[in-house]
Design a protein around this ligand. Sequence first.
Ligand code: DX5
Ligand code: ZN
Length: 222
Amino acid sequence: MGVTPNIAPSMLSADFANLSSEAHRILNSGADWLHMDVMDGHFVPNLTIGAPVIESLRKHTTAYLDCHMMVTNPLDYVEPLGKAGASGFTFHVETSKDNWQELIQMIKSHGMRPGVALNPGTPIGEVYPLVEAERPVEMVLVMTVEPGFGGQKFMPEMMDKVRILRKRYPLLDIEVDGGLGPSNIDMAASAGANCIVAGSSVFGASEPAEVISLLRSSVQKA
Ligand code: DX5
Ligand code: ZN
């Protein structure tokens, strides 16, 4: 495949009281990115982290911070996240039907890489205009659980979306998020996903490095 694997452990499953050491532990175990789940208690019924925590973590690592914005008003977060040192800014298409062009432009002008996420119930066609725009998103995140919480069950039926995307966009970064681990990575990788978010399966493992390397080799083989 012509795309690079990026294994992105979700810091939602880390010990929040020891974020810096958790980040180093997981990067030393081979993680490519750190997936940061920003939730506002409104778009999803959970409240997690925001710009201040990302700013603190940035002081301890140069790693790519892959920010997944589960917030109702992503535009309000662009400047704070950019200043905090976020690397990727992935907003939900459900929140941004009318202003995605402005959002993408703002994200880029704040030095971040724009991505778009979609919920299990959202048809894949809704992201096409954002990928095909003059100023496009650079990643599509296909949710494989309902957003809001870690530790949920992977939805295999979402692989149809991944397959359709990969066929249409051979070089696009396609990320999957929710319930991923050794038991289903081959399904996601063969469908065409190359950016893999994994929370519980990595942080819950006795040897996170083994899980990360297994996820990577599955994407490489696909
Ligand atoms: C869910 C989050 C995910 C979650 C993944 O709303 O977007 O990133 O932390 O965790 P696991 O891998 O445990 O499903
Ligand atoms: Zn996420």
